[in-house]
Design a binder for this molecule. Structure first.
Ligand code: FES
Ligand SMILES: [Fe+2]
Length: 387
């Protein structure tokens, strides 16, 4: 593919930047956020090739429950099967390519019915009905199943990929497993999962989520108040190609973020410690002893991103609550406020990155994950400048 001189020089800068230590690194240069050409490279070499998180498996507990997702221009449906497993399929009709299901919901009578001419599929993707097609000689429904898409579950997360060759999620995240295991995250109960579209580049949102530097400032009215910024700790292992993480602690009197007294398995400091993994490229979460909140990003272009945003609570927190519905509403309201604060800043920096005089500035020690993210992006796309 032929790239413009700006793209070539941006990719060359990215390569140099990725090779620097954090102490000399800057944020990514503005065209990394503003270029449709860079976005196309990311789509091909990142989103079409990597594992992407579609949400929590308990968002679709019953056979026939589904949620939809987009991998670039490919609509995907993720659906709970009769045997309890979860499968993913292309969300496009085999007749004349209508999108089959939108959003999240339940397939009545376990049928996926195309809204155009009513071809109908089972929840296993097999074509079961095709009105009037019996008059077409040789038409065999068995030849038109929905194409299957790789789908794996890991600790309550649903991951999908268009890449038949990428290693299994459990292999890629093997080193992360011992770090999350004590929290028992797979048991956390989802209380809210929402989709929103923000006017920013997906990487700005990812970077925002992976640094605590902004918490005492942009979130001073919410989570920032209880955040001990100097206690942030990063991975001391050699960088892992599939993920990065940091730990942070909450004050013992923080209203959220500490282990519930009924939680007897987390010990000592761990009881007030949250782990914040970023699974490259677009899945990140805060795993606290009492709650979990996450983002799964689907870019809609270089200038817009769909955010799937979810909140789950540790089961003992819900069990012990005298008013669980009120508790859920309060937590959702609180984290919605945090999200609104983030929307302001990530849309603000996106506008800033468009300005003629803007340049990427030096990173702080608290932005270690951001630099690892730069290195990840560089590994995936920088060499395409010299194809
Ligand atoms: S496009 Fe689906 S039935 Fe015609
Ligand atoms: Fe934030």
């Amino acid at each position: 593919m032929k790239h413009s001189p700006i793209t070539l020089s941006t990719l060359a800068q990215l390569k140099v930047l990725a090779a620097l230590p954090l102490s000399q690194a800057t944020a990514m240069p503005p065209p990394m956020y503003q270029s449709a050409d860079i976005h196309a490279l990311e789509q091909t070499h990142i989103f079409n090739e990597q594992w992407l998180c579609a949400g929590r498996s308990d968002a679709i507990p019953q056979a026939g429950d589904y949620l939809s997702y987009h991998i670039g221009s490919q609509p995907v449906l993720v659906i709970r099967q009769e045997d309890g497993s979860i499968k993913a399929f292309a969300n496009v009709c085999r007749h004349r390519m209508m999108t089959l299901l939108d959003g999240q919901g339940h397939c009545k009578r376990k049928r996926i019915i195309c809204p155009y001419h009513a071809w109908s599929y089972g929840i296993d993707g097999q074509l079961l009905g095709a009105p009037q097609m019996d008059k077409r000689p040789g038409f065999d429904k068995a030849n038109y199943p929905l194409p299957a898409i790789r789908c794996e579950l890991w600790e309550g997360w649903i991951y999908i990929t268009l890449n038949p060759e990428v290693a299994p999620v459990s292999t890629l995240l093997a080193e992360l497993h011992p770090l999350v295991a004590d929290y028992r995250m797979a048991d956390y109960v989802l209380i809210s999962q929402q989709d929103h579209v923000w006017d920013t580049n997906w990487k700005m949102l990812a970077e925002n989520f992976m640094e605590g530097y902004h918490l005492p400032v942009a979130h001073r009215a919410t989570v920032g108040a209880h955040f001990a910024v100097r206690e942030t700790r990063f991975s001391e292992r050699p960088p892992n190609p599939a993920f990065t993480y940091q730990y942070f602690t909450k004050a013992e009197n923080a209203p959220v973020g500490n282990a519930h007294p009924d939680n007897t398995w987390l010990k000592g400091e761990q009881r007030r410690t949250s782990l914040m993994p970023t699974i490259f490229p677009a899945h990140m979460y805060v795993l606290a002893p009492d709650h979990l909140w996450y983002l799964a990003l689907q870019p809609l272009g270089h200038d817009q991103v769909n955010i799937r945003y979810g909140i789950a609570l540790a089961p003992e927190v819900l069990r012990a609550s005298a008013e669980p519905e009120q508790l859920k509403a309060d937590v959702i309201h609180f984290l919605d406020q945090v999200n609104a604060e983030d929307k302001d800043v990530v849309e603000g920096i996106f506008r800033g990155s468009r300005a003629t005089l803007s340049k990427a500035g030096p990173l702080c020690w608290l932005e270690q994950e951001n630099h690892e993210f730069t290195q990840y992006i560089a590994r995936r796309i920088a060499h395409h400048g010299s194809d």
